[in-house]
Ligand binder design. Structure first.
Ligand SMILES: NC(=O)c1ccc[n+]([C@@H]2O[C@H](COP(=O)([O-])OP(=O)(O)OC[C@H]3O[C@@H](n4cnc5c(N)ncnc54)[C@H](OP(=O)(O)O)[C@@H]3O)[C@@H](O)[C@H]2O)c1
Length: 271
């Protein structure tokens, strides 16, 4: 079942967790003026920060997520030029409905940001089928079919962005399956760069290092301290810092950039 949320919804939902976030400024001329973007996993963290920035830079943005309440809150905080579509990227029927909605509302896509993903730890000896299937279904299958099903609406000259991770390049104990999902999508982009070049569609991976989002907040404090100790800059990234790199890949600022993996990681994977 896929439910939609449009524009400035009126509700009594609790906005406390986004209390530090300000409504977007609107659609003054910017780097994405007139563009239509789809951001999967746009209700929190990196995707939400990107949605806010894209709208501020003039785009109309579709955001998705599985939880309706968080989706409603995100749409309300962004405030305008946003359309929420509830759904799971691992569910192909949900993806069909997402792009059916995008087609009906806007009729085209300029930026397709397949960002939805989940991270879970499991040491090799304890990896289960459920752990493997969950991570690959969301992070790999979800990314692949988000792009495949969005492609008919993507304009020639459009931009595809996949959210990778430093974990696709650097080894971390108990993070092998997650790292493998991010290595897999890195390979998707190599192939798509060639496959879509005649349509001038650029495909790139944006690979954050550890970033202070709800996904990271769920980790125990000692695990967070260990993670931070591996980052040359000595701190985690902020979602807004990753969003700025997403804006670069989405906009004409990166008009001669395709097939790359852009690390935004405080140096984590560079040394
Ligand atoms: N934070 C980091 O340190 C870090 C580092 C490197 C890479 N990344 C990657 O960055 C991306 C975003 O992560 P984040 O840290 O921003 O995570 P987050 O704060 O947990 O946000 C994840 C977003 O994706 C949505 N989502 C998750 N599974 C989904 C699914 N199956 N279908 C649709 N939406 C789904 C979530 O909403 P629902 O839960 O409601 O579905 C939420 O909007 C992921 O691909 C992650 O692997 C994160």
């Amino acid at each position: 079942m896929l439910i939609e949320t449009i524009g400035s919804i009126e509700s009594t939902i609790n906005l406390n967790f986004k209390k530090n976030m300000q409504p977007s400024a609107g659609t003054t001329a910017g780097k994405l003026t007139g563009k239509v973007a789809v951001i999967t996993g746009g209700t929190e963290g990196i995707g939400f920060a990107a949605a806010q920035l894209f709208v501020k830079e003039g785009a109309f943005v579709f955001i998705t997520g599985r939880r309706q309440k968080e989706l409603d809150e995100a749409v309300k905080v962004i405030g305008s030029n946003v359309h929420g579509v509830q759904g799971d990227v691992a569910n192909l029927a949900d993806l069909d409905r997402l792009f059916d909605t995008v087609g009906k509302v806007k009729g085209r896509i300029d930026v397709l940001f397949a960002n939805a993903g989940v991270a879970e730890f499991s040491p090799l000896a304890k990896v289960t089928e459920a752990h493997f299937d969950k991570l690959f279904n969301i992070n790999v299958r979800g990314a692949l079919f988000s792009v495949q099903k969005g492609l008919p609406l993507l304009n020639d000259g459009g931009s595809i962005i996949l959210t990778g991770s430093v974990a696709g390049s650097k080894g971390t104990p108990a993070f092998g399956v997650y790292g493998a999902t991010k290595a897999a999508i890195r390979c998707f982009v190599r192939g798509w760069t060639m496959e879509l070049k005649d349509r001038r569609i650029r495909s790139n991976v944006l690979s954050p290092g550890p970033t202070d989002t709800p996904a990271i907040d769920q980790q125990p404090p000692d695990a967070i301290a260990r993670i931070v100790s591996t980052i040359p800059m000595g701190r985690m990234g902020k979602p807004e810092e990753i969003a700025k790199a997403a804006l670069f890949l989405a906009s004409d600022d990166s008009s001669f950039v395709t097939g790359i993996e852009l690390f935004v990681d405080g140096g984590r994977a560079q040394i």
